[in-house]
Design a protein around this ligand. Structure first.
Ligand SMILES: [Fe+2]
Length: 249
């Protein structure tokens, strides 16, 4: 392995280690990860899977208008954790392409970065679902309410299970994902320990971020208060739109 490739491999492993330690790269960290990677001309020649051209989506609501979740927290979450994940994913994809050109690279070194590809992809997608299902009035209705009643008996019974699942993740990390599973045809509140954890074939309808970065600034360790505040801001119109789309396919 050339010295340059060896440094690439080591840097790739460091990326994985840092992510494990902090549960997500900040935008600043992601910037350092993406420095010295193949840029536009070279990246444009890579296969589509390795181009690393994902663009962060802007916040789809006015962060000053949420109830019980501060603008400062939402902006920090969006700019650092979410945007950091998108930038890191771009860096990971482009670095995978560079590493594949090294025939002597050990598979276990490559595997560390493949794990990061899955972490960052899950983080990007789930955060986009999370922000898009916020900014509403917290009043359930439409097709998703019918689905909830069908699988949980009532909205109250569904909410009790959703919140208990969320509170079980308090003080740690993870997601609660109310999802329609297109394989089983069932709707469930799924517990997810991290960005990679999900039931295969489940389509998220409502995503709740339970990483401490999603609430600690406002509520400290009182995760339950954050869960209550989240419920007041759910944009059920978007959740119902997702349910209609999932049920059509
Ligand atoms: Fe997050």
């Amino acid at each position: 392995m050339s010295e340059l490739k060896r440094r690439d491999a080591i840097k790739g492993m460091l990326v994985g280690g840092a992510a494990l330690a902090v549960g997500g790269l900040s935008a600043e960290d992601a910037e350092s990860v993406t420095s010295n990677i193949p840029q536009n001309a070279e990246a444009a020649q890579a296969s589509r899977a390795f181009r690393g051209q994902h663009q962060p989506k802007p916040l789809p609501f006015d962060p000053a208008k949420l109830r019980g979740i501060s603008e400062k927290l939402i902006r920090s979450h969006h700019e650092n954790n979410y945007t950091g994940a998108v930038k890191a994913l771009n860096g990971v994809e482009q670095r995978l392409d560079a590493m594949m050109k090294d025939k002597d690279l050990p598979a276990y070194v490559y595997g560390d970065l493949k794990r990061e590809e899955l972490v960052r992809t899950g983080s990007m997608i789930l955060h986009e679902y999370y922000f898009a299902n916020l900014g509403g009035e917290g009043k359930p209705g439409g097709a998703v309410l019918d689905l909830i009643k069908q699988w949980f008996g009532s909205y109250e019974q569904w909410e009790a299970e959703f919140k208990r699942t969320a509170n079980a993740l308090g003080g740690g990390s993870g997601w609660v994902i109310f999802a329609y599973n297109s394989y089983t045809g069932e709707a469930h509140n799924y517990w997810a320990w991290d960005h990679m954890h999900n039931a295969p074939m489940s389509r998220p309808l409502l995503a709740l971020d339970m990483y401490e970065h999603a609430y600690h600034m406002d509520y400290g360790a009182a995760a339950g208060k954050y869960v209550d505040a989240f419920m007041q801001n759910v944009k059920w119109e978007e959740v119902s739109r997702r349910a209609e789309e999932a049920l059509r396919k």
